[in-house]
Design a protein around this ligand. Structure first.
Ligand SMILES: [Mg+2]
Length: 242
């Protein structure tokens, strides 16, 4: 999309953490009410396929950096690889990646997860457009923006926008929000977007926090404090938060 690559707005928005901060901060008072996940787990390896089927989960939306690997890593870490690859290969589930990344990272994620669609969203004049990367192939999907999307055409639509998750559901052909599970490591983006979209969510601790830029680590620490102030210490396991 040439207009997008040339857009000075996209260039001047700078790094992903700055973009995310600009998305989150104006809505912080509302977003702190959307931080509670369906469950906290200590790792994605605890996502058991049979248990997910029992709970009615048929589609999994994944955050990547901090959830499946360290910041901008090029491969799954060994302790997670077998379990995650098995879940991704399980034909009973559909998967998509919704990452607050930039375009080069989207292309890299397409190579790391060649069978999983990776979505990036942009505000358009009409609503929203979503770049869907499958392996090395790109398609574009028209969609709707939401109150959490930027108003200016050309700017990225980032979690906590629920529009990104709805586009992922549309890409997977899933209409029932009850069948969808978002998995992520950050309350104010991953979990808030899930709650705003009306889907269940799993919060895992951030992998390799030291691999993230300092502003992201500060944001992660702050949201952990906010969560504890509001909900107390996270309790691990399905049903523990209810
Ligand atoms: Mg993350």
């Amino acid at each position: 999309m040439p207009w997008l690559r040339r857009s000075p707005l996209v260039v001047c928005m700078g790094s992903t953490w700055l973009q995310t901060t600009r998305t989150v901060l104006p809505h912080l008072a509302k977003l702190v009410r959307e931080m509670r996940p369906t469950a906290h787990l200590s790792s994605v390896v605890e996502l058991d396929a049979e248990s997910l089927i029992e709970k009615g989960v048929r589609a999994v939306l994944w955050d990547v950096d901090g959830t499946l690997m360290s910041h901008h890593a090029s491969a799954l870490p060994r302790p997670l690889e077998t379990a995650v690859r098995a879940l991704l290969a399980d034909s009973r589930f559909r998967h998509a990646i919704v990452s607050n990344c930039q375009e080069p990272r989207l292309e890299q994620l397409g190579e790391i997860f060649p069978d999983v669609p990776v979505l990036l969203g942009y505000r358009s004049e009409e609503g929203a457009r979503f770049r869907v990367r499958r392996g090395r192939e790109d398609t574009w999907r028209e969609g709707a923006a939401d109150a959490w999307s930027p108003a200016t055409p050309g700017l990225p639509i980032r979690k906590p926008s629920a529009a990104l998750l709805r586009a992922a559901m549309a890409e997977l052909g899933v209409e029932d929000t009850g069948e969808v599970l978002m998995v992520g490591d950050q309350y104010l983006t991953d979990i808030a977007s899930a709650n705003l979209a009306g889907v269940r969510s799993i919060k895992v601790p951030t992998l390799e926090r030291a691999s993230f830029p300092i502003p992201v680590r500060v944001a992660q620490a702050l949201e952990n404090v906010l969560y504890r102030l509001r909900h107390g210490r996270p309790r691990l396991g399905w049903g523990a938060e209810s």
